[in-house]
Design a protein around this ligand. Structure first.
Ligand SMILES: Nc1ncnc2c1ncn2[C@@H]1O[C@H](COP(=O)(O)OP(=O)(O)O)[C@@H](O)[C@H]1O
Ligand SMILES: [Mg+2]
Length: 224
């Protein structure tokens, strides 16, 4: 079985003047295609840093990240953006929908960026909104939606280009119990239904338990 994600001796140091913080220290693990992974750890343990590096959103100090067989280490900014758009989906705690676009338009955006034609993008966006239970809200603006509904739009948007891997950073951190459950159920089903891999940060052991693999971070290292 091939790996969707390989993290190899990944190290990240942040430098602020004279002060150096080692946020990740020699982290290695791999995730086979179609499996889901929860990353657990206390605040400050390096979870967000790990997710940002794995998704090519920030640069590593040393080590490597291989996604779907391709090293992202030396990709140019434009290559990594294209690769992200085609291969990965992201969901963050801060939801980041575009305020002036409707739910449907927010979901269409990554497809339009990828060159999908408008009618096709619209049809797919409506299907994805249906999947997250938001068909009746397709034409609403983010401010007309609850936090839980906005996050479900973000989930639909992350799925727009049929990514091989979804990265989610505490996606339920700001949601109530019912909406958290909905979002986790959707994410969990993805790997089972579509063979998509999900990497999710959480500090909730009960959520982590539902994932097929769990790694624990502590002070920037994987805890054995
Ligand atoms: N941009 C940055 N500049 C300096 N230090 C940072 C930066 N981002 C994160 N850190 C530090 O790196 C460590 C890990 O942070 P982070 O990955 O955000 O942890 P987590 O997501 O587990 O709470 C922390 O000590 C944090 O203060
Ligand atoms: Mg974090």
């Amino acid at each position: 079985m091939s790996n969707i994600l390989e993290v190899k001796k990944l190290t990240k140091k942040y430098k602020d003047g004279d002060i150096e913080v080692t946020a990740l220290d020699n982290v290695s693990f791999s995730l086979p295609e179609g499996f889901d992974l929860a990353i657990l750890g206390p605040s400050g343990s390096g979870k967000t840093t790990l997710l940002q590096l794995a998704g090519g959103l920030d640069t590593m100090t040393s080590g490597d990240v291989i996604i779907s067989g391709q090293s992202i280490k030396n990709m140019s900014d434009s290559d990594i953006s294209d690769f992200r758009n085609q291969t990965m989906g992201f969901i963050f705690q801060m939801i980041n929908l575009h305020d002036f676009f409707t739910a449907k338009e927010n979901v269409m955006l990554p497809m339009l960026v990828a060159g999908v034609d408008r009618a096709e993008a619209e049809e797919k966006a409506l299907k994805l909104l249906e999947k997250v239970g938001l068909s009746p809200r397709a034409n609403h603006l983010p401010k007309q939606l609850s936090g839980g509904e906005q996050q479900r739009v973000a989930v639909a948007r992350a799925l727009a280009n049929d990514p091989k891997i979804i990265f989610a950073d505490e996606p339920t951190g700001k949601l109530d119990k019912a909406n958290s459950k909905l979002v986790i159920d959707i994410l969990e089903n993805l790997s089972h239904e579509n063979g998509m891999s999900v990497v999710m940060i959480t500090h909730d052991e009960n959520i982590a338990k539902r994932f097929s693999r769990v790694i624990k971070l502590e002070n920037g290292s994987v805890k054995k």
